[in-house]
Ligand binder design. Structure first.
Ligand code: SF4
Length: 141
């Protein structure tokens, strides 16, 4: 999942408040970055947001699913999900529209806010894979 600075900061704030922004998460992020080579640039420089495939460090292999509350998940995670655990064909997939709308209302000027966060935390990206984004906030800690 690619995240913007706003999405990353919202998630980091939640994780800090819940004592989950810790060494264990940092190690998972490092593992994911190494395993899926997320820190290596791909492409020919024409596309700024190349999608990368990787297993999210929050994905729980024991009890399938994501432990993050919907309010702090990256937008893309709310975009089009199955709402029925048994179905895999997409018949029960739909967006978390209410949450997406609430987030849109809460962010008055997304571009400006992203820019401010970039400057405050010295981020070089507009969008980046979630583990890389979190590592920038660990480094800032
Ligand atoms: S839903 Fe959760 S586990 Fe899945 S990509 Fe988003 S943050 Fe990661």
């Amino acid at each position: 999942m690619m995240v913007t600075p706003i999405e990353a900061l919202e998630l980091v704030t939640y994780l800090k408040e819940n004592n989950q922004f810790d060494e264990s998460l940092k190690n998972k992020c490092k593992e994911t970055i190494g395993k899926f080579r997320l820190d290596q640039q791909l492409g020919n420089g024409k596309k700024s947001f190349l999608r990368r495939t990787y297993t999210c460090p929050f994905f729980n292999h024991q009890e399938l699913g994501c432990p993050l509350p919907r309010e702090v998940k990256p937008y893309g995670c709310l975009a089009f999900n199955s709402h029925h655990s048994e179905l895999k064909a997409g018949a029960e997939c739909f967006s978390e529209k209410e949450i997406l709308e609430a987030r849109d209302k809460a962010i008055i000027d997304e571009e400006k806010e992203n820019q401010e966060i970039k400057e405050k935390y010295s981020l070089y990206w507009d969008k980046t894979p979630l583990p890389l984004a979190l590592m920038d906030f660990f480094d800032e800690k």
